[in-house]
Design a protein. Structure first.
Length: 558
């Protein structure tokens, strides 16, 4: 047993033997806020109350209410808990902290060790913090009222960060060296935290894995319309916002959590993408008195916001992100038939929302010509379709974001490791659904960062373990030093990304320094957005507008 004292009282955790070497101290189920129940439902979290006596921190807290794949639900509204894993509570030098924000489309997941166990990371001398935040409507419903202002889940994340900042010294940590990191929706949250006024001075570095603040699925553009659609599906018939607020406040939580809205509501009515089922996400808030606002302003302008001064960033994506979006055989046939009959389905949501019907036709034709050579889509089109979804759903927005922000120090990577640790590919049969082509899909990197309890133990002498060690060394080096390759131990130097250089690291079975990721595709998407979106969405002065040959000549001169 091991005890620490935090601002609310004394916690008793456990010393755990690390199956990959050494040991660590584990503290689970620590409340970082009061349970958001009763009048606190949908509101910003309140600080936790003091403990009486010694509080056991040996079991995970409740996960937040969420749907299950079999159509049921699990979890509790009382779910705002975090977990701290530290190599030692009395180090010679305080440990850096890695603060993990889980993904899950803003509507599922938790910080528990089912996926996010600490063994791979803590052996590198860092503290890992994982946590839960409210999901779905409970975390993201917005009526633009004082009772339901929106972004409750983002404020949960801020509350967890503030708790860590206040208390991490007790666990042997350095509160001035916190790195936030997350994947997918968690990565979008990371990129929002680097610009939100609520998070200034709470962290030093940020790692965004396969997501960013400019991905179209990060935002709810029409939150009140979505709220009324949800209420109507539950039997509510009024058009009065105050009555709607009262309805949601009094609704049994299991009823609220178990609702799946169709994708054809709001401004996504003509779009076909699994990410259209993210109905409740980040909103631009309205101010009410002195309440803190997480994000306000024009959502389309978020890419132009300055990130917090001094914050260093690592960001990247997987080689075949879009495979996760392409459905399996029966639904695939339906999808390609729909696209063949309506090219508007290929148009990214921001362009679909702002452009005219005539422009929709033009954009759809250009995208079809680029990816499918004007041919009809068939079962043989899956590879090109997955490339399209990679760019449309993930990669292009990530590249736009880094070209706009280009932090004081920024590192870009592309992840291409292939082994049984590719957790999404192996566990969900994506090899078979992609004609047995080896792919590195969305979230595959998680098996190399975390010792997920759903996966088999890794032989420490295997090639797979070498890849795990490479990945975790890069990530923890960045958290410690702000430089993923501070020495020559990995046999590669990862150079920072700059607009006039565009260096990146290919993190594959080997580590390889490269330049200009996905150059031709990004150039195509830049041309589309410059032609059709500049009235609505500010575009960066990207390096890709300079002919590639001229750029290489300039590099040689330099």
């Amino acid at each position: 047993m091991v005890q620490v004292t935090v601002s609310e009282g004394t916690l008793e955790g456990q010393i755990v033997e690390n199956e990959y070497g050494g040991s660590y101290c584990s503290f689970k189920g620590i409340p970082y806020a009061e349970p958001p129940v009763g009048d606190l439902r949908f509101k910003a979290p309140e600080p936790p109350l003091p403990y009486e006596g010694i509080r056991s921190a040996k079991e995970f807290g409740n996960v937040c209410y969420q749907g299950t794949k079999n159509g049921g639900w699990r979890g509790s509204e009382d779910c705002l808990y975090l977990n701290v894993y530290t190599p030692s509570i009395e180090p010679h030098k305080p440990w850096p902290i890695m603060f993990w924000i889980h993904g899950g489309s803003f509507k599922e997941g938790s910080g528990n060790d089912y996926l996010f166990a600490p063994e791979f990371l803590v052996r590198h001398g860092v503290i890992l913090v994982t946590f839960n935040y409210r999901l779905g409507p409970l975390g993201f419903l917005c009526l633009h009222t004082e009772d339901i202002p929106g972004n409750a889940a983002m404020k949960d994340q801020v509350a967890a960060l503030r708790w860590v900042k206040r208390n991490i010294r007790s666990f042997g940590g350095n509160p001035d060296n916190i790195t936030i990191f997350g994947n997918s929706a968690g990565a979008a949250c990371v990129c929002l935290h680097v610009i939100s006024p609520m998070t200034k001075n709470l962290f030093k570095r940020a790692i965004a894995i396969s997501g960013c603040a400019t991905n179209w699925w990060t935002y709810t553009y029409d939150p009140i319309e979505k709220a009324f659609a949800l209420a109507e599906s539950l039997g509510f018939r009024s058009k009065d916002v105050e009555e709607l607020c009262k309805f949601f406040k009094e609704l049994p939580v299991e009823t609220l959590a178990d609702v799946n809205l169709p994708s054809n509501i709001g401004n996504n009515a003509s779009r076909t993408n699994i990410f259209n089922n993210i109905h409740f996400a980040v909103v631009s808030e309205q101010r009410f008195g002195y309440n803190e606002v997480y994000f306000e302003g024009n959502i389309n302008d978020v890419r132009t916001y300055n990130i917090h001064k001094g914050v260093e960033v690592m960001i990247g994506y997987n080689a075949d992100e879009g495979v996760i979006v392409v459905p399996k055989v029966n639904e695939y046939d339906e999808l390609v038939d729909d696209i063949n009959g309506n090219l508007e389905l290929l148009i990214p949501t921001p362009l679909y929302k702002h452009c005219s019907i005539n422009q929709h036709n033009e954009i759809g034709m250009k995208i079809k010509k680029y990816y499918f050579k004007n041919d009809r889509l068939t079962r043989e089109s899956w590879e090109q379709l997955s490339k399209y979804f990679s760019m449309e759903t993930f990669v292009y927005d990530i590249m736009q974001w880094i070209q706009f922000t280009c932090a004081e120090k920024m590192y870009l990577y592309k992840f291409s490791c292939i082994s049984e640790r590719n957790i999404m590919s192996t566990r969900h049969g994506l090899f078979s659904s992609t004609r047995n082509k080896e792919v590195v899909v969305h979230a595959d990197e998680l098996g190399y960062i975390f010792n997920a309890k759903v996966m088999d133990k890794v032989d420490k002498h295997s090639d797979v373990y070498r890849m795990i060690d490479n990945v975790t060394t890069l990530f923890t080096n960045f958290a410690k030093y702000g430089n993923p390759t501070p020495d020559t131990s990995l046999g590669v130097t990862w150079l920072p990304y700059k607009l006039n250089e565009q260096n990146y690291l290919d993190i594959g079975n080997q580590l390889t320094s490269k330049i200009e990721p996905d150059y031709e595709e990004i150039k195509f998407w830049n041309e589309i957005y410059r032609q059709y979106a500049t009235k609505y969405i500010k575009m960066p002065e990207v390096w890709h507008t300079i002919p590639r040959e001229e750029r290489h000549i300039k590099e040689r001169i330099l």
